[in-house]
Design a binder for this molecule. Sequence first.
Ligand SMILES: [Ca+2]
Ligand SMILES: [Ca+2]
Ligand SMILES: [Ca+2]
Ligand SMILES: [Ca+2]
Length: 558
Amino acid sequence: MRKIYLIISALFLFTANNAYSQETNIVPGNLLVMVSSDSDANQLTKELSSINGINTNFKVERILSNSMHIYLMTFDETAINSTLFLKAVQKNHLVKIAQFNHTFQERIIPNDAQFSVMWDMHNTGISGGVVDADIDAIEAWDITTGGLTADGDTIVVAVVDGGFDLAQLDLNFWKNYQEIPNNGFDDDANGFIDDYDGWNGATGTDNFASASHGTHVSGTVGARGNNTIGVTGVNWNVKVMAISYGSGGSFEANVVASYAFAMDQRRLYNQTNGTKGAFVVSTNSSFGIDLAFPSSYPLWCAMYDSLGSVGILSAAATANANYNVDTQGDIPTACLSDWMIAVTNTTRTDAKNSSCGFGATTIDLGAPGTQIMSTYPSNSYSSISGTSMATPHVAGAVALMLSLPCPQLISDYKADPAGIALMIKDSLLGAVDVIPSMSGGITVTGGRLNLHKSVVAMQNYCTTVDIDNMIASTEFEIQNVYPNPATNQINIVYNSYNVVEISLTNVLGQEIKRIKGDTKTKGIQHSHLDISNLNKGVYFVSIYSANKKSNVVKVIVY
Ligand SMILES: [Ca+2]
Ligand SMILES: [Ca+2]
Ligand SMILES: [Ca+2]
Ligand SMILES: [Ca+2]
C-alpha cells in the first residue's frame, strides 16, 4: 500500500513540475503577493509558516505598493516545492493575487537584414502601413522562437507547392536521414524510394524545379531567424518538408499523391514513436481552383480529414479574386474538413486585399499577404502579394505553438493527435485580432492572425492543468468530471456545503458558461453542464463559492 502511495505522490509531483516547467525565468524563493489590507501580510506569513510540518520560512521582504498592498515575499524553496507553495498561498483567504517573481530581458528585434520591411511580423508604419497592423510576432518570439517540442520532436511543416530552391541559405529544409538518396532502394521501408529531399508527387522522385513561389512560401513559414541574413520566418527554427505537385499547372492526381506523402510520414512517426517518419504538424497549400465546389473534388477534400486523423492541420489559401466562396465555391477552401484552415489576405493597413476571396462560413481568418518580403531562389529576396503569402503565416504559427516547452501539450497531442490538432486550430482561431475588414460576413472569426495570442493560448493550456489536487482540501474541491472527453453533457462531482457556481472557461481564459450548482447538503454534490453547443476543443471547469475558487479540471470536448 505504501509503495503505491509513493508512486502516486511521485506522479503528482511530476505533474506539478511540468505545469510551470515552461517558465524558465522564475526567481527562486520569491513570490509577489497582493493582500486585502496591510495587516494581512504578516498574518499570512504566520498562517503559512509551516505546511504539513515543513518550516517554510515565509517572510515579507519588502513593500512594492502601499496603496495596492502588494509585497515581495520570500520562502525556503529548498524546503518546499515552489509550485505547491504558490498554490497554498493562492488558496489562502487573505490573498487576492499571488504569483512567482520573474526575470525579464529587453525585447529583441531579430537581426535579419530585411526585418525592418517585414510589416507582417512587426508593423512600424513603414511604407504607409498602420502601426501594429501585424501578427505580433515580436511578442510571440519573447515566448518561443521555435525549435524542438518539449519531447524532443523535430517539428515539420509540409509545404506543398510547385518547386523549391533547396540551396537557399536562409531556408531550413527537412531531410529524410533514414533514406540513402539515389540508390534506387526504399531504405527506410516507408513506401517511397529515395525520398531524401522530400517528395515530388508528380514524378515520384525527390527532385524539384527551383521555383520562386514555393521558395517564397517556405521562407514565411520558417526562414532562419536572427542569423543576420535575409528574412525571419514565423518560426525561426522549423523544418520545411518540400513536396511538389509538379511544375506550373498540374493535375489533381498529383495533389492527392503529395498530401499522401506528408500523411504517411506522420502516420509512420506516430506508429514508431518517432523513430521513423516525420512529425508533420501542418501542411501549407497555396494553390487551388477558383469557383469550384467540393462535390466535384471529394478525394481532394477528403485528404484534409485523412491528414487530420494523424494529427496534421492544413492551412489553405483561398482565391485571389474578390468573390464569396460560401456561394461561389473554391477548392480547397470550400472543403468542409474540420482540420483545414482557410486563409485570406490582409494588407499593411489591416484592410482586406481587394483581390481575395471571402466567406462567412468557409474562410476562417485573414493573415498578412500583401507586399510580403521572403526568400527567393539564388539566395535573393523579394516582396510579393497573394493569399499564397498569407497562408504560410498560419502554417508557421501552428508549428510555433507546438514549440512551447510544455510536456503536457505534447503528451496530449501524441495520445490524441486528431483531437489536439483541433484544439490547436480552435485556439489559433480564438486568438485572432478582430478587425473591421475581416468582420461582417468576410470570415468565420472576423479577424486577422495574432501569433502572440495564439502562443499564449497554448501557454494557458499548459498552466491550467490540474495541479491543485496536491493541496489537501476536503472542503471545496472538484473531485471528478466525467465523461472526459465529452460531447453532450459533463457531470461534475464536487465537495462543498455552500451554494456554488460552476464555471467553464476556454483556453483563452474567457468564461463560456456559468451555472448554479445543485447544493443541498454538506458533502458530495453532483451537477450537470450542457456542452452540446460548444466547439470542439479544450475547456476548464472550476467552481466558485463567495470569493473562493476550487481546483481546475481540464475537459476535452469533441
Ligand atoms: Ca505588433
Ligand atoms: Ca523511403
Ligand atoms: Ca534510397
Ligand atoms: Ca534569416
